[in-house]
Design a protein around this ligand. Sequence first.
Ligand SMILES: [Zn+2]
Ligand SMILES: [Zn+2]
Length: 216
Amino acid sequence: MIIDIHVHTRFSPCGSIRVRQLERVIRESGIDGICITDHDTIAASSLLAESRHAAGVVIIVGLEYTTSQGDFLVFGPVESIPERLDAPSLARWAKKKGGVAIPAHPFRRSRPADVGILEHFHVIEAYNGRNRAFENDLCVRWLRERGENKKWVGGSDAHTLDEVGRVVTVFRNDIHTAEELVRELLEGTYTIWQRHGERKRGPVEVPILTKKAANE
Ligand SMILES: [Zn+2]
Ligand SMILES: [Zn+2]
């Protein structure tokens, strides 16, 4: 199951994708689904048709939660997430409520996470489609050296249609709900793929990271 777990819509101040465009772009990208991760809002959920599962694409609403210690992708019961948690409190909230919080692009120069707080999190966004290569490399290196037992996940961080599916997570098991996503992220087997070359649309086909990233 191929899912781009990091996609912004127009409900993010910086995003241009309309919710009603998502189903088509998922199909055109050759992926099975996406997670909407708008900055600090789940407003997009009000526009999602209930029929989206029947339509054969998976769209799960999480969010990208801003803290002074970095940004975090959050999945699970996000409708009840308190505001202004710091990073360790966010990790505790997720654990207690059956969700998952994931440091997003923790080594991006412009929005880095405090490296010290990565210890609080089990799943790390190792590969981000908007990062520069050296920023992803820094994260992979940190995971190899310090992140034993952590799980590696990847997403495009799409803010425009062309970016959807550029980096995806390929899960061994099927995922249809937020609960299943949380379970698979925490316990499942998955790896990270990247769309080949410069092509803007089309299927993802290249596993970009080695065995260690397979979370086995
Ligand atoms: Zn943004
Ligand atoms: Zn983002």
